[in-house]
Design a protein around this ligand. Structure first.
Ligand code: SF4
Ligand code: SF4
Length: 313
């Protein structure tokens, strides 16, 4: 996809968010991620190109999408839609800014994951709530995907937000070169940093990437945070058969306690399967269990963190 100098790909801009930093916020979800976490609840944010999702339960059967597809990628046979996603990839995802099948659909059955936007367009949207941010101590949170995956675009957006006196937080996996993180720390008001596992083998198996970089970077981030008073929350997504045991949470807790300079809060995020419908819409497999983690288990794991002397959310 050829993007203009000031353009990036955004999956969603969520207004009035209350769980992604202080006050009332707008979360800008940037598309693209270099990890492939098996539990990812937002699979539509992983690839850096627009993609078509299909929600069969919303389809009214008008077949306008089939007529609209210029490449014959869609068929309707024996009461079912068949999509040749290789054609979508080759013809549309890397070339088209707007997907014809989605544009033709009269309802929400076909959706385009990923909209190309300029910094100015995003700014216009998020500044609508500037007075709300100022009143509540809120601002904008950059999320993803992984915001550093579109780093040049993200840097420009961040600068534009600061120029408009908007407070900015980031949610990051930390899986990027230190130079990238270091470049933006002075412009941040808040940081959420994922620590998924202290075990290198498990981390690679479940996320597709090494945790060396993630852990090296978080040490440096925490040092900066301590010196400069940058609030930081370490987030642990609690995932079945990955890190939902006392031993695995203890390993992470020990790392935070012994290696990190600033230790404001640790947040345990309980595994959920709310993203399953998006996997289906993209015709992608989901390999993890669909069973939830019990409240009792989360309580026990939170106790592991607090018994180590850390504050837990
Ligand atoms: S994404 Fe493109 S190729 Fe695929 S069905 Fe839609 S219009 Fe056709
Ligand atoms: S255009 Fe939309 S509603 Fe009509 S058949 Fe296609 S997916 Fe279904």
């Amino acid at each position: 996809m050829n993007l203009g100098e000031n353009e990036g790909i955004v999956t969603e801009i969520e207004r009035y968010a209350i769980y992604d930093g202080p006050g009332i916020r707008t979360v800008v979800f940037l598309k693209g991620c270099n990890l492939r976490c098996a539990w990812c609840a937002n699979p539509e944010t992983q690839n850096l190109y627009p993609e078509m999702g299909f929600f069969v339960n919303k389809c009214i059967g008008c077949l306008k999408c089939i007529e609209a597809c210029p490449y014959d990628a869609l068929k309707y046979e024996d009461g079912k839609f068949i999509t040749d996603r290789n054609i979508c990839m080759e013809k549309c995802y890397h070339n088209e800014r707007e997907l014809s099948c989605v544009a033709a659909c009269p309802g929400d059955a076909r959706v385009q994951y990923g909209k190309i936007m300029t910094v100015e367009e995003i700014l216009e949207e998020v500044l609508k709530d500037k007075s709300v941010y100022d009143r509540t101590g809120g601002g904008v949170t950059l999320s993803g995907g992984e915001p550093f995956f579109q780093k040049e675009f993200m840097f420009k957006l961040l600068k534009a937000l600061r120029a408009n006196r908007v407070r900015v937080a980031i949610e990051t996996s930390g899986f990027t070169d230190w130079e990238n993180i270091n470049m933006i720390l002075d412009d941040l008001d808040f940081i959420y940093y994922d620590i998924k596992s202290a075990d290198p083998v498990l981390h690679r198996k479940f996320t597709g990437g090494s945790n060396d970089l993630v852990l090296e970077n978080v040490i440096k981030v925490s040092e900066y945070a301590k010196k400069n008073g940058l609030p930081i929350i370490y987030r642990i997504p609690v995932i079945p058969n990955f890190n939902d045991s006392k031993e695995e949470i203890e390993k992470i807790t020990k790392f935070i306690k012994n290696e990190l300079y600033r230790k404001d809060y640790v947040e345990l995020l309980s595994y959920h399967t709310l993203g399953l419908g998006k996997y289906e819409s993209l015709e992608r497999d989901y390999s993890l269990t669909k069973e939830k983690i019990t409240k009792e288990k989360i309580k026990m794991l939170k106790e592991v963190v607090s018994e180590a002397g850390l504050k837990v959310l």
